[in-house]
Write a protein that binds this ligand. Structure first.
Ligand code: KG4
Ligand code: ZN
Length: 365
């Protein structure tokens, strides 16, 4: 096999149409030669969520354009590639199908190898693309649709230690913002308000800390926030600037405490494997939260694990992670052909108990 591999990656599993080109030299580091992401936020804005049919149509319309832009940014032609990797699931089936059909068409036309990639494996392998982490490492995926702890043992073996049984934390941040009249996406705005708030004014719960293991729950926290808000509204008829700040601070502190404690537990399971270079990586939109990130860094420092957080553009949905995961699969013999199918559900760890709630059905899960 060639020492240097250059792969095109295609991603269309939710509301981001993306194409990227990644090059990797065996024994060296990987380079993202191009990464194009065309979001669809405006298309879905009126509907309060991603509309699968609209998403699928937009992917079908834009994917080839995205691929052209990625190749042009990388200064390459299709003939310069060594393979094409595509998200084959999990995700919204219409979108995943658009990507898989395009990838099949391109490989049929060029004779290039086709590699189907699990979207979650793309997220989970990103710390190897950005920081060259060695297996095994511990990973926390935490975004608007993801929330799970994984031990990455190899490019195709992931062990899920736990995850949310209902909302993902980003979803809870977004709902909190909505309840407090802040714009979407809510995470950055809730963080900004929390900066000036008193986290101790409201006694928000720390769900599931009383239960052993690494599972989490965030929907009760949102309900607690709703009650606290309604109590203020009933008493004073409105929220002051300080009320809003205190509610945000209390909510954010509760999410941070839960993630920190569950990370401590996940690290204990991981460290029992005696990894040579203990490493913890956090990825996903919520990893941008400075208060949460600081808590996780402290937990890692206390436990002797190095802390990594890939740049946000490679943590949120993108195709560079798909190209990279494709290269990893290809190097370990992974190949697909025209029979590759799109899978709406595709757990990374088929041996783990299925997740409940949005962890299972979420569009980005
Ligand atoms: O990874 P991402 O872009 O998309 C997926 O959901 O897969 O994550 C977006 C989520 C949103 O829910 C957003 O509110 C949240 O990440 N987020 C944050 C922050 N920045 C983005 N949550 C908390 N604090 C932040 N600073
Ligand atoms: Zn994702």
């Amino acid at each position: 096999m060639a020492n240097t591999l250059t792969f095109l990656g295609i991603e269309s599993s939710c509301d981001d149409t993306a194409a990227a080109v990644v090059r990797h030299q065996l024994g060296g580091s990987a380079q993202v030669l191009a990464s194009i992401v065309e979001g669809q936020t405006a298309l879905h804005a009126d509907f309060g969520g991603v509309v699968p049919e609209i998403a699928a149509r937009a992917h079908a319309e834009r994917l080839d354009h995205c691929v052209e832009r990625a190749l042009s940014q990388a200064g390459l032609r299709l003939a310069d590639l060594d393979g094409i990797a595509v998200t084959a699931g999990p995700g919204l089936i219409g979108g995943v199908l658009s990507g898989v059909m395009l990838a099949k068409g391109l490989t049929a036309a060029t004779g290039l190898p086709l590699v189907g990639v699990n979207h979650l494996a793309g997220h989970a392998l990103t710390p190897r693309l950005t920081d060259g982490l060695a297996f095994p490492y511990l990973m926390l995926l935490v975004s608007g649709g993801h929330c799970q702890f994984l031990i990455a043992h190899s490019a195709d073996k992931f062990e899920r230690l736990g995850g949310t049984i209902d909302d993902a934390p980003g979803e809870a941040f977004d709902k909190t913002a909505k309840l407090l009249g802040l714009a979407q996406p809510g995470g950055p705005l809730v963080q900004a308000e929390a900066l000036h708030g008193d986290a101790k004014r409201f006694a928000f719960p720390r769900p599931l800390l009383d239960r052993a293991g690494c599972d989490m729950s965030f929907s009760g926290l949102k309900t607690a926030l709703l009650r606290a808000r309604d109590a203020i509204l009933a008493e004073k008829g409105g929220l002051t600037v300080q009320d809003r700040r205190d509610l945000c601070a209390g909510f954010q502190a509760a999410v941070a405490d839960v993630l920190a404690e569950k990370t401590r537990r996940a690290l204990a399971v991981y460290l029992a494997l005696s990894p040579e270079v203990p490493a913890f990586a956090v990825a996903g939109g919520v990893a941008a939260n400075t208060a949460i990130r600081a808590k996780l860094e402290t937990v890692c420092a206390d436990n002797g694990a190095a802390f990594f957080a890939p740049p946000l553009a490679l943590c949120t949905d993108n195709a560079a992670m798909i190209a990279w995961a494709g290269i990893e699969r290809f190097r370990s013999g992974g190949r697909d052909d025209a029979s590759l199918s799109a899978r709406p559900r595709w757990p990374l760890d088929a041996t783990a108990a299925p997740m409940l709630g949005s962890g299972k059905k979420g569009a980005k899960s």
